[in-house]
Design a protein around this ligand. Structure first.
Ligand SMILES: [Zn+2]
Length: 464
């Protein structure tokens, strides 16, 4: 972010921001919004264990396969042994975690070639409020013939190896990176956050999905149950899928960055989560670059967060910097392909984001009962009038703004414990505005953006 090219708009923004300073606060204007560091979060980030991540990935890969349709009765190999071990590991981790299987009897459909019992593994860490933050990864794996199933040449006929009736579900599919890496990351967040002694406002849900390789069927079933329930508030989904390898199949090595994908449009709450991750990364893990990707996932590929997105829940996915396609969906996805120092960095980033959000108040509501944004031009008709509903536990609020033709918030200002701010003679047509809630410890919520409801013209009626 740079202010050099903002020109006249920036000067205008500064001019009226100074007005806000005079009107609402004694804190200095922040040119580049950065959150404060919370020592509790920093301590939790520092307690991530690289050696535990290694043990977890080794154990998960040792089940031979975790294919959703593989052996469910063996105690040493296949999906049954894997899910029971994940369940037991969460139980062992902390008595604060409420561990359960989330079970579905699936009919044959798509790549689910026969009836099967699918089990997600869920661990809940209750917070003061019922609003939920999901930390998720799929634990199932697949051997679908490797690279051909990932990088199909342009124009080649689409043959889905997972649709073949004669396939063998117990063939080796160690899935060390896809996705024992994300599973280990999630299990490590469960351990650190449960043991941290921190009091969370949000209820944390650690979810390990099955059926991702059959198009996110486990996550989709769970999200559909949440959507039907209508009372559960899911604030954010942090999904990790393939986060442990730093050497791309093209030889490019990058252990210093990670990609975070989020669905549009630019002021969706999924994008708000992505920006939140980048801002926390800058505070708690400045050496690790967060590369935000303005799309739901990699080109024509997907994961479990998209099942949530499809049902209206905000969520993002973490993806390693450079993938090695030759290992994916193949017997070659082995532990030797994992860079555990890199996986630990990605774990720290996810942890910093999740912990910060979980201790913060919920984001302020900036929509009225009909869904319209609570922003207007009053009182002169040429002012920016921002209103929001008070957020429980908030002690102050921070407003944000940016040019409309940019993605990152450019300016912010703490405005005190108010629920209305008027910016005289500032055009709501020329800037995007948002507001966050800040709790007693300085912890900050997601930023709620003011978004105009898109208007659809009625069809033109012609005379007969
Ligand atoms: Zn995956």
């Amino acid at each position: 972010m740079t202010n050099h090219s903002l020109g006249k708009a920036f000067l205008t923004a500064q001019t009226w921001a100074l007005l806000v300073v005079v009107l609402f606060t004694t804190r200095p204007l922040l040119a580049q919004p950065t959150p404060d560091s919370d020592p509790r979060v920093a301590k939790a980030v520092a307690s991530v264990s690289e050696s535990r991540l290694r043990q977890l990935v080794q154990q998960l890969a040792a089940f031979g396969t975790r294919h959703t349709l593989s052996n469910s009765t063996s105690s040493t190999s296949g999906i049954g042994a894997a899910r029971q071990w994940i369940f037991d590991e969460l139980k062992r981790t902390s008595p604060k975690l409420q561990v359960s299987f989330d079970t579905y009897q699936l009919a044959p459909q798509g790549r689910i070639l026969r009836e099967v019992e699918l089990r997600n593994v869920i661990a809940v860490l209750p917070g003061r409020s019922p609003r939920r933050i999901y930390v998720t990864a799929h634990y199932d794996s697949v051997n679908a013939g490797g690279v051909a199933s990932v990088t199909r040449p342009v124009g080649q006929a689409a043959v889905d190896p997972q649709m073949r009736a004669d396939q063998e579900f117990d063939t080796p599919a160690p899935g060390a990176n896809d996705n024992a890496s994300g599973t280990a990351l999630t299990l490590e967040l469960a351990r650190v956050l449960a043991e941290s002694g921190m009091e969370f406002d949000a209820t944390l849900v650690f979810a390990l999905w099955a059926g991702e390789e059959q198009v996110s069927i486990g996550a989709h079933a769970h999200a559909a149950r949440l959507a039907a329930d209508k009372t559960t508030v899911v604030e954010a989904v942090f999904n990790s899928d393939i986060v442990g390898n730093s050497r791309g199949g093209n030889g490019v090595v990058d252990a210093e960055s990670v990609r975070v994908y989020s669905e549009g449009p630019e002021d969706s709450m999924s994008r708000a989560i992505a920006r939140y991750v980048q801002a926390r990364g800058a505070v708690y893990l400045p050496s690790h670059r967060v590369r935000l990707m303005a799309r739901a996932d990699r080109f024509s590929r997907g994961s479990d967060h998209m099942a949530f997105n499809q049902l209206g829940f905000a969520g993002v996915v973490f993806r390693e910097a450079n993938e090695d396609f030759s290992r994916q969906h193949a017997q070659a996805d082995v532990v030797e392909g994992i860079d555990f120092a890199y996986l630990a960095q990605n774990t720290r980033l996810s942890l910093a984001s999740v912990a910060s959000l979980a201790v913060a108040p919920p984001a302020p509501r900036v929509n009225d009962a009909k869904g319209a944004s609570t922003i207007g031009r009053q009182p002169s008709g040429y002012d920016a009038n921002l209103r929001w509903d008070p957020s429980p536990t908030a002690v102050t609020y921070r407003i944000y703004w940016r040019d409309t033709w940019t993605n990152d918030w450019q300016h912010s200002q703490v405005v005190g414990n108010v629920t209305t701010v008027v910016l005289p003679n500032v055009s709501i047509d020329d800037f995007v505005f948002g507001v966050s809630a800040i709790g007693p410890s300085g912890s900050e919520s997601l930023i709620s953006p003011y978004v105009a409801v898109s208007q659809r013209l009625p069809d033109v009626k012609m005379a007969p």
